[in-house]
Design a protein around this ligand. Structure first.
Ligand code: ZN
Length: 65
């Protein structure tokens, strides 16, 4: 399972990771794999290449149509 955190505050690509200060990069998921009961997906997310932390942003949340 990949580690993932919901960013409590806004963080942008190129800004330092909260845990290790490595600049995070923006990634776009290739597939939106819908899970049962899930009514939204993330259009993009931020990724820390150091500890592989994922930052899931509310502003990248998109509802399934
Ligand atoms: Zn980090």
């Amino acid at each position: 399972m990949k580690p993932a955190v919901v960013a409590p505050e806004r963080i942008r690509a190129g800004q330092p990771c909260r845990k290790c200060a490595t600049p995070v990069v923006q990634k776009t998921p290739r597939h939106h794999q819908r899970k049962p009961g899930q009514c939204y997906y993330y259009e993009y997310y931020l990724y820390c290449p150091n500890y592989r932390t994922l930052y899931m942003l509310d502003e990248a949340k998109r509802p399934y149509s």
